[in-house]
Design a protein around this ligand. Structure first.
Ligand code: AVI
Length: 320
């Protein structure tokens, strides 16, 4: 199974990321080859994801932004003022200000594993909201995080936009939601973005745009393996595929071999037959019930829900 965990970087004597190597070697040894999606996001991959959010077929970013832009008054009423907003993952430059503008927060606490993104996001927000106390925390939020003493007495609002929860298989998603619940403690609320099940053609197009940006994003993982793990994967003999898996209600990204290929990675050899794939990402989609069930399993009670005008994406408010 593919999942998106987070770990601090641990380099060996050659400067190779041990966790990356272990995940890739284990994933390529499986019958259905699979590499955890978190490895898509090196510098090139992160930039390509930013580019994806701009392609016409990829609606989630625009749909969620529309909700955050238009429903500010309802957020303010449902959430209340004075909460410490704890954002899981470095704040995107657009979405976070929309929320902070709407709800009169008591403080802003961005959590991220990557210090650079974190400091940039914190500086950005401080400039936009001069009176707002900002307390960045560099941490792995898949586990309980100790929040700064300054926000100890404030009720918290967790913020997890983007439907990133959908990139995890349900058991990993449930673990994360429970960790968030622990981090945010009693009286907490959680505002979370969850993308919705829809026509499979729309979904498949969103993950296979005509300009080929998502294809580039996917195949960049193979290039990264070649760069960082001394790999010889013939990337030009692979193509990108976005598949709807109806059983698990998810889009899957695969890198499909166009011919029989052999290659080496970190000293080990692998063979694939034409048509065989490396599974590189899951993006689960939800309906009202599956979203609610996931939240409840994660120790959160859903209390309000908003969608964009076209009903493509949901933002859900839940209580501890
Ligand atoms: C980051 N995540 C929510 C994106 C998604 O829609 O699952 C990643 C992505 N993969 C391909 N396109 C976008």
């Amino acid at each position: 199974a593919n999942s998106q965990g987070i770990q601090l970087v641990d380099l060996d004597e050659q400067g190779i990321d041990r966790a990356f190597r272990a995940d890739v070697l284990a994933g390529l040894a499986q019958e259905q080859k699979a590499i955890p999606a978190r490895w898509l996001y090196d510098d090139a991959g992160s930039q390509l994801f930013e580019d994806i959010t701009q392609v016409p077929e990829y609606y989630p970013t625009r749909a969620e932004t529309e909700i955050l832009e238009n429903r500010g008054e309802e957020f303010a009423e449902a959430i209340g003022a004075g909460r410490a907003v704890v954002e899981f993952g470095s704040g995107s430059s657009v979405k976070t200000p929309l929320l902070l503008k709407a709800i009169e927060p008591g403080a802003y606490v961005p959590l991220d594993i990557a210090g650079d993104f974190l400091r940039a996001a914190a500086a950005d927000l401080s400039a936009k909201f001069p009176g707002l106390p900002v307390h960045p925390v560099e941490a792995d939020f898949t586990k309980k995080v100790e929040l700064p003493a300054e926000v100890a007495d404030m009720p918290k609002l967790g913020f997890f936009p983007g439907s990133t929860i959908g990139n995890m298989v349900p058991r990993t998603a449930v673990d994360l939601l429970r960790s968030m619940r622990e981090t945010l403690s009693d009286r907490a609320k959680l505002l979370i973005g969850m993308d919705l099940i829809k026509d499979r053609k729309v979904l498949e197009a969103a993950y296979d745009d005509a300009a080929g940006v998502t294809a580039e994003f996917n195949l960049n993982l193979l290039r990264r393996i070649n760069r960082e793990l001394d790999g010889t994967i013939p990337v030009d003999k692979f193509h990108h595929e976005a598949r709807w898996n109806d059983t698990f209600a998810r889009i899957e990204m695969h890198a499909v071999a166009d011919a029989d290929v052999e290659f080496a990675v970190a000293g080990q050899t692998f063979a694939m037959q034409a048509g065989e794939t490396i599974h590189t990402e899951n993006s689960h989609k939800f309906d009202v019930r599956s979203a609610n069930t996931l939240l409840l399993a994660g120790h959160w009670t859903p209390v309000a829900r908003w969608t964009d005008a076209e009903g493509r994406f949901s933002v859900i408010l839940a209580e501890a």
